[in-house]
Design a protein around this ligand. Structure first.
Ligand SMILES: Cc1cc2nc3c(=O)[nH]c(=O)nc-3n(C[C@H](O)[C@H](O)[C@H](O)COP(=O)(O)OP(=O)(O)OC[C@H]3O[C@@H](n4cnc5c(N)ncnc54)[C@H](O)[C@@H]3O)c2cc1C
Length: 205
């Protein structure tokens, strides 16, 4: 395996896979691409919800789609019509599988299972070290998110670090209406004891 590539993509999550998918469907489809990802990505580890008023490349993967959203507080429930928009949900596992199948069928894409370490600029692009091996790319795209670096970088002072957590909850009787997107439910506490911000809870369907 050559260790020189036109493009090296660090991270095969949403951003990395989207970039690779669009590259192989673009006039750059003949360029060599290396994707470095340590995880098997074989679990539905998140859901991607987004707004759209037009067709997208991934419409066939849409698991749920809503033309109304519901907002609730302690006084009322309101359903809001989204007009030209729809609120759509794609399960991450469907997305990973679909994109990986498309990339596997493309001869210029190489997968490397491993964790990227250092990235260093060179005269011709950048070099990446992955578990002791070096790889060179004319362009390197880094989608790894480093929480500690984000928090300590002064440029991010005041920025909101948004963290999602999801639970699967089983109830003895049906309690969930998949036809309604609840966004948001403000019946949960919104302020700390002195009016300051506390943990806010956003409930996604
Ligand atoms: C439960 C849940 C629900 C969410 N719901 C939404 C939603 O509704 N809408 C929305 O927009 N966003 C949602 N998110 C946020 C979602 O995570 C991001 O939108 C999206 O995944 C960001 O894409 P990304 O490519 O930047 O990061 P990721 O998808 O996290 O991809 C980063 C990749 O980098 C890989 N990686 C890590 N370290 C290394 C390394 N050293 N070398 C190489 N690769 C590495 C990781 O394994 C990962 O695959 C949700 C997240 C969770 C957990």
């Amino acid at each position: 395996m050559s260790n020189h590539y036109d493009y090296i993509i660090l991270g095969g999550g949403l951003a990395g896979l989207s970039l690779a998918y669009h590259l192989i469907h673009s006039p750059l489809a003949d360029r060599s691409i290396l994707i470095v990802e340590p995880d098997d990505k074989d679990r539905n580890d998140r859901t991607f919800c987004y707004w759209s008023d037009r067709p997208t490349s991934f419409d066939a993967l849409v698991h749920r789609s809503w033309d109304q959203i519901r907002i609730i507080d302690e006084h009322e429930q309101r359903s809001i019509d989204l007009g030209a928009y729809r609120y759509q949900m794609i399960r991450s596992l469907d997305f990973y599988r679909h994109v990986r199948e498309a990339l596997a069928a493309h001869p210029t894409v190489t997968w490397l299972k491993g964790a990227a370490d250092h990235v260093e600029e060179t005269a011709e692009g950048a070099s990446v070290s992955v578990e002791g091996q070096s790889y060179f790319g004319r362009w390197v795209f880094d989608s790894r998110f480093k929480v500690a670096a984000f928090k300590t970088d002064p440029a991010n002072e005041g920025a909101l670090y948004q963290h999602f957590t999801g639970w699967f909850i089983e109830t003895p009787d049906d309690a969930f209406d998949p036809t309604a997107a609840t966004m948001f439910d403000f019946r949960t506490p919104q302020c700390g004891p002195h009016g300051g911000p506390q943990r806010s809870e956003l409930r996604f369907c």
